[in-house]
Design a protein around this ligand. Structure first.
Ligand code: COA
Length: 424
């Protein structure tokens, strides 16, 4: 038995933000029915393709464990099928541009008429306000949610991060909202609307920077490197390079081999409780008692010197060697792991966080599995569906349509042509 067994999701999502959410729901055991436009499907099927005739990794890695039905929801018969599916599902998830669902004829009011217990979960770029009608992609959300203005170096341009906090981050937020609404429904019997704006999701992840914005009113942010360097603060939170957000001074330092390996670096944190151990490791035992270095406060104006000295030590060690030495003394650190190293990591394979999946058109590919582990609901990663692979199956099994109705729908263009696996 899986955690969400028996829950049926009408997955009207596309690109990345919505699909990450419904993939998690599928991994928790929900029956996720992905609705796609006949002949075209989710645009990511064809984006960044590495193999000519196979769904892209972009698509396959975001749509595991789902079934695909092709349906033209602008065709009258297609609309009727969608309405029938709404009646049969528990949750409808969508991340269309603002107003698209209404234009299709499926307003929240209409959905409630069809199924009062329905939970409608939506992702938009912005919440109500001046930008509510804007279309939004990942980096727009990172820029408007506070991540870009606080990422990068003080003297450089704002930066976006590789982590897809706008898309996948918002998908995670939505997933939690859906599960909460499903739980509330067990008591109220009613559905509700769950909305997450990408800007809000990113801002939520940048909470510590909003904290610092308010602290600025009461003086400089002493744990920022800029303070130790004697550079005055303005009226907004500055970019802090690799300073840690938690207030413990930290930097990314070179390790042995950095001249040729772009990832031969380690994140080093000078946490107060392990300062003495750090002094021993780097060969500066005098710093344990020297009043210029012994306390966090005394070190603040000397962080550049302190980290240069630590780097003189880290650059003589390989990153994993440094990690071993430091962890043996409970000194927190983080080697910079490349995607190649992560893909090859044996322990991540063992826990299912990195999985190998077999696909009929592309063969074996690597994916990131479910990072959320439930002891009573383990995740089996199943390949993503081909476009419309389950159209007939869904019409027959979920809507109990007979052969003649399915044939008529095919003729009317409301559903796509029957799709067969390459192997069949
Ligand atoms: N049958 C018929 N029409 C369909 C359909 C189907 N099965 N599925 C979608 N469509 C139509 C929609 O109704 C819409 O038509 P309309 O513009 O006439 O109303 C059209 O396809 C395009 O949808 P849209 O969402 O506008 O796609 P887009 O490619 O222009 O925009 C985004 C993409 C992501 C920018 C936009 O969807 C968006 O802002 N989404 C919300 C924020 C978000 O999730 N962004 C991150 C994505 S990773």
């Amino acid at each position: 038995m899986k955690a969400l067994e028996g829950v049926r999701i009408l997955d009207f999502t596309h690109v990345q933000s919505g699909p990450t959410c419904t993939q998690l729901l599928a991994w928790f055991g929900a029956d996720v029915i992905k609705v796609e436009r006949p002949g075209i499907g989710d645009i990511t099927r064809g984006q960044l393709r590495d193999l000519a005739d196979a769904d892209s990794l972009y698509f396959t890695m975001l749509n595991h464990n789902k079934r695909s039905i092709t349906l033209d929801t602008k065709n009258e018969r297609g609309k009727a099928v969608l309405a029938a599916l709404i009646e049969q599902c528990d949750v409808m998830v969508e991340n269309f541009a603002p107003g698209a669902l209404d234009r299709m004829g499926f307003s929240w009011e209409r959905i409630q008429e069809l199924n009062p217990a329905m939970i409608l979960a939506s992702i938009k770029g912005f919440g109500p306000g001046p930008y509510a009608d804007c279309k939004v992609y990942e980096n727009v959300a990172q820029c408007t949610g506070g991540a870009a203005s606080t990422t990068g170096f003080r003297d450089g341009v704002p930066l976006v991060t590789g982590a897809q906090i706008g898309d996948s981050g918002t998908g995670l937020h939505l997933c939690l909202g859906i599960v909460a609404a499903l739980f509330q429904r067990t008591k109220s019997g009613r559905g509700q609307k769950v909305s997450v704006a990408m800007q809000d999701g990113v801002l939520n992840l940048c909470r510590v920077k909003m904290r610092d914005q308010q602290r600025l009113a009461h003086g400089p942010l002493k744990e920022y490197s800029q303070y130790g360097e004697g550079i005055p603060f303005g009226d907004t939170v500055p970019r802090a390079g690799n300073d840690s957000g938690g207030g413990q001074p930290g930097r990314i330092l070179k390790c042995k081999g950095w001249e040729t390996d772009p990832n031969a670096y380690i994140y080093f944190i000078t946490q107060a409780p392990v300062w003495e151990a750090i002094c021993d490791v780097i060969g500066e035992p005098d710093w344990k008692t020297n009043p210029d270095y012994a306390t966090p406060e005394a070190r603040l104006p000397r962080l550049n010197e302190v980290f240069e000295r630590i780097e003189a030590w880290t650059s003589t060690r390989e990153k994993f060697e440094a990690m071993e030495i430091l962890n043996a003394r409970d000194i927190p650190c983080g080697p910079i792991l490349s995607m190649k190293e992560l893909a090859e990591d044996a322990s991540l394979r063992e826990t299912g966080t990195v999985v190998e999946v077999e696909h009929p058109a592309r063969g074996k590919y690597l994916s990131v599995g479910n990072p959320i582990k439930l002891s009573e609901s383990p995740t089996d990663v199943v390949r993503s569906p081909l476009l419309g692979e389950h159209t007939e199956e869904i019409l027959r099994e979920v809507l109990q349509f007979d052969d003649q109705t399915v044939e008529e729908l095919q003729k009317s263009g409301a559903i796509g042509a029957p799709r067969r696996l390459a192997a069949e």
